[in-house]
Each structure stands twice: as structure tokens, then as C-alpha cells.
Design a binder for this molecule. Structure first.
Ligand SMILES: [Fe+2]
Ligand SMILES: [Fe+2]
Length: 351
């Protein structure tokens, strides 16, 4: 649906397409569904997707600029890699994969925190008019739609439970045998200071509204997580679709492909609103003007450094510790672990 419409109600931005059939997997009623042709349709996209396209086109026309972009290959591939995942499962040590799918679902659930942001009226922060922009709709449907997609809404499961469903389909309800809380605790969840948004140190000039900085900063961090997730989808779909390796006749991989489809509007609205912020003039509390390109550029660089540096080191450490933990629980674990390490991707082994 192409549209010149640039102003939407919250109800419109949260509205589903009409669906011919709901998505139900592993006994879980998920969001989204299928059209008459059996094609998967993401939730809450009837107006949201054309809205994003209209805002992008409008911003390009107003400022003559391109939408911000961050390519997937900014980040290395998933750890463990596909060969390592296959090896662990065939060696009889599926628990690290169960842990990984649980960790991904848990991180998805944290993504819903974006709906806690309170943009309020953003106009006083910007010199240029923001009516009919993505910025102006962040607190009027966009953050809420994002939060519902990640954590679920009413009776429909979102990404968190969809990853858990993929895990349960592929490994036939392993949570009866594995202590999930202990697993998450080992990987650093539930500790103070963990999770997105933990880094609240100011990076922008003092006269920039702290709430605006908080919002732009979290949007950038979430955008980086969302883009990197496409490595995770490709990785998970590859081995979850192998019917000789895991249970579920490929249904777990299908579920991951539906989650992947839902992420595109997240990446797109975040990019669009950040582009609008970059191209505008920011107004400090005393009336001082700042170039949006400097403001977004500063937060962008800091976020990228964190994501490629400390963030990656921590995740990798937690994942490898979990692999080691489970290998050692099994007979011949040392050999299984040695083989696991020998299958490491070169860039990762060097890290
Ligand atoms: Fe998600
Ligand atoms: Fe997302």
C-alpha cells in the first residue's frame, strides 16, 4: 500500500492486516498470521510499514539525504557457528544450543523495554517542524508496536515466546530436563547493570535534554542489536531446518523466519527516526543550536565501539563458558570441547 499519508493514529500504527489464518506453533498462539496465499504477514504492519516508507521518502525530499545505514557485515557471524552447533548436537550435547535459543528469546523480551521510553512532545528539541515524521510517532504507536512484537500482547505470543517455542519444537520441550534459571544466571542475566540501556553515561553537551539523549542512545543500541540479529536468524534457520538434526520437521526454522520478517519494520523505523534526528538542528535548554549530525554521530560511534568491543567480548565469553559447562557434564566432554574449538571460524578463533 503506497501512501502520501504521514500522520497516523496510534490505533492505526498498531493495526494488523486482515489474516486468513493465525500462526500457531508448538501449541503456542503467536502474533502475525497468513494471507490467502499462505504467505506470512507480520503483526501490526497494515499502516506501520507504509508509514515508514512515507516518512523515509519525505525526509529524503526535505533534506536530500540518505537514510542511515549499518551493514550486517559490520559484525562477525554467530558464535557458535553452524558447524559447531551441528557438532554439539550430534555429539549428544544439545544443551548449549538450548541455552543459546533461551538467551536469544530473553534478549528479545528485553527489547520490549523500548516502550518504557517517554518521548513526550519532541518538537521543543528540534528547530525544524517534526509534524508528520517518525520522530513524532515514536511515543504514539512506534515504540508500543515494537514492544508488543518483542514481548507479546494479550493472548498472542511475541518474539520472546516464539524463540522459546522454536527451542521446544526442535528439542522436544527440553526445559523439563534443564534448569533454565540457572542457565540464564550463568550467562549474566538478572544481574544489576545487565541488559540494554545499562550504559547511561552522558555523551552529548550538557544542555541537551537528558531524556532526548537517553531515547536516541537506546534507539541506536537497539538498532545495532536488531541488525546483528540477522546473523542469528541465518545461523538458526540453517541448522533448525535440518530434519535429521533436530525435531519438528522444520517448523522451528519456519518460526525463526517469521521472527526475521517481523524485524524489518523495527530496523526501518529506527533508521528513519534516527535519520530525521541526524538531519535536524537540536536545541539545547538555553536555546543553543547543535547539529543533529554531530549528536547522532557521537552516540552512533560510542554505541558501535561498545557493540564491537566489550559487548561482543562479554556475549562470546558467556556462550563459550556455557559450552564448556555442558561438555564437561558429558562423558568424553574434553574431546567434544576440543573438536568444538577446532571448528571455530577463523576471525573468531583469533578474537
Ligand atoms: Fe524481535
Ligand atoms: Fe526487533
Amino acid at each position: 500500500m503506497a501512501t502520501d499519508q504521514v500522520s497516523f493514529t496510534e490505533g492505526e500504527l498498531l493495526l494488523d492486516h486482515e489474516m486468513a489464518e493465525p500462526l500457531i506453533t508448538g501449541g503456542v498462539r503467536c502474533h502475525g498470521g497468513f494471507d490467502d496465499d499462505g504467505t506470512y504477514v507480520s503483526p501490526r504492519t497494515k499502516f506501520r510499514v507504509p508509514a515508514i516508507h512515507a516518512w523515509q521518502a519525505q525526509n529524503a525530499e526535505t533534506f536530500g539525504t540518505e537514510t542511515v545505514h549499518v551493514p550486517l557485515d559490520t559484525w562477525p557471524g554467530h558464535v557458535p557457528n553452524v558447524a559447531q552447533a551441528r557438532h554439539l548436537i550430534t555429539a549428544g550435547v544439545p544443551e548449549p544450543l538450548i541455552a543459546t535459543l533461551t538467551r536469544i528469546g530473553t534478549v528479545e523480551g528485553f527489547g520490549a523495554n523500548i516502550r518504557l521510553l517517554q518521548p513526550g512532545d519532541m518538537q521543543p528539541h528540534f528547530d525544524e517542524d517534526i509534524r508528520g515524521t517518525a520522530i513524532d510517532h515514536l511515543g504514539k504507536g512506534l515504540f508500543e508496536a515494537h514492544g508488543r512484537d518483542e514481548a507479546g500482547w494479550e493472548e498472542e505470543a511475541g518474539h520472546m515466546d516464539m524463540w522459546f517455542a522454536a527451542r521446544d519444537v526442535a528439542f522436544e520441550f527440553p526445559t523439563a530436563k534443564v534448569d533454565i534459571d540457572a542457565m540464564l544466571a550463568r550467562m549474566g542475566f538478572g544481574q544489576p547493570g545487565s541488559g540494554p540501556g545499562a550504559d547511561l553515561a552522558r555523551a552529548l553537551p550538557d544542555d541537551i535534554d537528558p531524556n532526548l539523549e537517553l531515547i536516541a542512545n537506546l534507539m541506536i543500541r537497539v538498532l545495532f542489536i536488531e541488525v546483528q540479529a540477522f546473523h542469528t536468524f541465518a545461523w538458526a534457520e540453517e541448522w533448525l531446518s535440518d530434519t535429521d538434526l533436530v525435531a519438528g520437521d522444520g517448523r522451528a526454522a519456519d518460526l525463526v523466519s517469521f521472527i526475521r520478517a517481523d524485524e524489518t519494520p523495527h530496523v526501518d523505523y529506527l533508521k528513519t527516526a534516527l535519520t530525521e534526528m541526524r538531519d535536524r538542528t537540536w536545541i539545547g535548554s538555553g536555546g543553543t543550536k547543535h547539529r543533529g549530525a554531530d549528536m547522532i554521530g557521537t552516540l552512533w560511534q560510542r554505541g558501535l565501539d561498545q557493540s564491537l568491543g566489550e559487548g561482543r567480548v562479554q556475549t562470546r565469553k558467556a556462550v563459550l563458558a556455557e559450552v564448556e559447562h555442558w561438555c564437561m557434564e558429558h562423558e568424553g566432554g574434553a574431546n567434544i570441547l576440543a573438536e568444538f574449538h577446532s571448528l571455530a571460524t577463523r576471525e573468531d578463533a583469533a578474537a
